[in-house]
Design a protein around this ligand. Structure first.
Ligand code: GDP
Length: 608
């Protein structure tokens, strides 16, 4: 063992997930090189000093050296990050918190085609307040309706993305958004696989369920059967002595939607204590985000506690900004938004992800720093993932990387906001795993010779937003054939790159059947071999196309070629359905009467 390493005495050292030996060495005041040696000789692993190690390696190394290694999870790390700025996210409410009742937040789930979207539309139109002005018009990812229940106006918030994908994606990120699940089951179709899936997700999250038995207007609708079926999954209707409310509705005919809303409120009142502080800095979850042509990054957030105001400094995941304006689902501007209120926020410098927690912080600087630290952490985590220990899998992965098509970009813009927004949006383009996009340079200001040199050295494309390459830089770009593209709209750039990436994708091929022919007679032709006297059953048989031979429904030969094709005595290039012909499959001679010759070609399939 390296003499330079001081043995520990069971001290605990804390390391973030994906830490390197250099990080470890730093904590125990040792030489990183010595740790590399220890890991190699004691654990039989080759890692460099700066390479990320697995939890296991760090733990074993600690054990070897007499330390207890505690790996700090990303969640804890984030908590510590916030604490270092004197802010906290979430947590239990204390004695001193002035808690006010808040509306329930509802997600609609159920099997495909059972009417989730229709139901959300129907509910949207019931809003007693927006009703007069024509109802809710904008899709912002969530909406709130107010209905009269037992003489009181009661708001309910609906997440406007039906289905359990969004629900689980948010839960996976640690965001608990939903208080109640409305499980939609079509009365004419009954319980289906996704009904069960949705139910399992809701139950796993401990969220109460209200069952909307939909399509009761349809012939063959059997709402009682749905009740019976769901009993098996522990959802017993109240009328059968259980505690789940079942409501029969027709989303199409807007029948009994009020009854459903009432059931949601009653269920919330009976089984949940929905309260939140109002007079405090807002916190919550981002539920939708996108880049808008004119307005920049736009995000819908759901306030979970406190009140969000215009002018607040806000951070959501690794995005930050200051609330410039807030809009509700009617497109009306709001000055503030309290608990359970979904609002569209303008003013982020980049787009947060759905499920990112958001919180208001005392000043812009704090928001920016938290976001930047999170960005850095994410980059490190990604690096750690891409490095790791060289196993057979990672070696194979890297070999595959060699075939990878990569697009390098350099971004220049007039303001840093636009560069960040573009970078963010570009990195979110999903084009599958075969191609990748790397931003190798970015900055504010005109395109310089330096940018052009970097681009030509690494085959990169330069994107300029409201900036140009002038004088020498322009000449250099022309001489070096560097592709410089100018944009004034961010959107146009993203569209271009997206298309470019799609163009770089290797084409997908699909087999297309051309024709089939049934063998009626086999002719033996000296020196040439066997010829299949056939009747074309479908499509056309063409010379020089690929063929396979099928006997009694089983493929007996693959990868053959139609080498000769004759109509009577004459050569033919193609023979259509209903005609007889002689087909020669080259040296392949095992032909039998009633065999079927299938011809096909590989066609490129356009990507969607
Ligand atoms: P989703 O896949 O669960 O979002 O289902 P949709 O809301 O798209 O509805 C699927 C189909 O069922 C559509 O053709 C709707 O018009 C129809 N549908 C939805 N609700 C009702 C209903 O209450 N009655 C009838 N008859 N059809 C409905």
């Amino acid at each position: 063992m390296g003499a330079m390493v001081q043995r520990g005495n069971g001290q605990v050292i804390r390391l973030p997930r994906g830490a390197s030996l250099a990080d470890f060495a730093d904590k125990i005041d040792a030489n990183p090189g010595a740790l590399v040696q220890v890991v190699f000789t004691q654990l039989g692993e080759m890692v460099t000093a700066t390479q990320s190690c697995t939890d296991e390696t760090l733990g074993l190394l600690g054990e070897t050296l007499g330390y207890v290694v505690s790996i700090v999870s990303p969640e804890d790390e984030d908590k510590e990050l916030l604490e270092s700025f004197d802010v906290t996210f979430g947590g239990e409410y204390g004695e001193d918190d002035d808690l006010q009742p808040r509306p329930p937040v509802v997600t609609v789930m159920g099997h495909v085609d059972h009417g989730k979207t229709k139901l959300l539309d129907a509910i949207r139109s019931t809003d007693v307040v927006a009703g007069e002005s024509g109802g809710i018009t904008q899709h912002i990812g969530a909406y709130q309706v107010r209905s009269m229940i037992e003489g009181n106006e009661r708001p309910i918030t609906f997440i406007d993305t039906p289905g359990h994908e969004a629900f689980t994606a948010m839960r996976a990120r640690g965001a608990q958004v939903t208080d109640i699940v409305v499980l939609v089951v079509a009365a004419d179709d009954g319980v289906k696989p996704q009904t069960i899936e949705a139910l399992n997700h809701a139950q796993a999250a401990g969220v109460p369920i209200v069952v909307a038995v939909n399509k009761i207007d349809k012939e063959g609708a059997d709402p009682q059967k749905v009740r019976g079926q769901l009993t098996e999954y522990g959802l017993v209707a109240e009328e059968y002595g259980g505690d789940t409310m079942f409501v029969d509705v027709s989303a199409r005919n807007r029948l009994n939607i009020d009854g459903l809303l009432e059931a949601v409120i009653l269920t919330a009142d009976a089984s949940l204590d929905l309260r939140a502080p109002v007079d405090t800095d807002a916190q919550g979850v981002a539920i939708e985000g996108r880049l808008d042509r004119g307005r920049g990054a736009v995000a819908t957030v759901l306030v979970q506690r406190g009140t969000l105001h215009v002018g607040d400094s806000i951070v959501a995941g690794d995005a930050f900004g200051r609330v410039r304006a807030m809009l509700d689902e009617n497109g009306d501007t709001l000055a503030e938004a309290g608990p359970a209120r979904p609002v569209q926020v303008l003013g982020f410098t980049s787009v947060p992800d759905a499920g990112d927690n958001f919180l208001v912080v005392p000043e812009d600087r704090v928001a920016r720093q938290i976001a930047e630290r999170r960005q850095a952490r994410e980059r490190n985590a990604e690096l750690a993932m891409s490095r790791g220990r060289p196993t057979l899998e990672t070696i194979l992965e890297r070999m595959k990387e060699g075939e990878k098509t990569q697009l390098n970009l350099i971004l220049k813009g007039d303001v840093s906001g636009s560069v960040e927004t573009v970078e963010d949006a570009l990195l979110k383009i999903d084009v599958g795993e075969e191609v990748s996009l790397r931003i190798i340079g970015r900055g504010v200001g005109a395109i310089t010779e330096n940018d052009v040199n970097l681009a030509s050295a690494s085959d990169a494309v330069i994107l300029g937003f409201n900036v140009r390459a002038e004088g020498k830089a322009r000449e250099l770009a022309e001489r070096e054939h560097v592709d410089v593209r100018y944009y004034s709209v961010i959107y146009a750039a993203i569209e271009d790159i997206e298309n470019a990436l799609k163009g770089m994708l290797k084409p997908i091929y699909e087999e297309a059947q051309l024709g089939t022919a049934e063998i009626r007679e086999v002719f033996r032709v000296p020196r040439i071999g066997n010829i299949a006297g056939s009747l074309v059953r479908s499509g056309t048989i063409r010379r020089n196309t690929k063929a396979r031979l099928v006997r009694d429904g089983v493929v007996v030969a693959e990868n053959l070629t139609v080498e000769s094709l004759k109509r009577f005595k004459d050569d033919a290039t193609e023979v259509r359905e209903g005609y007889e012909c002689g087909i020669g499959l080259g040296s392949y001679n095992d032909l039998k009467v009633d065999d079927v010759i299938e011809t096909y070609e590989q066609r490129e399939v356009p990507r969607v």
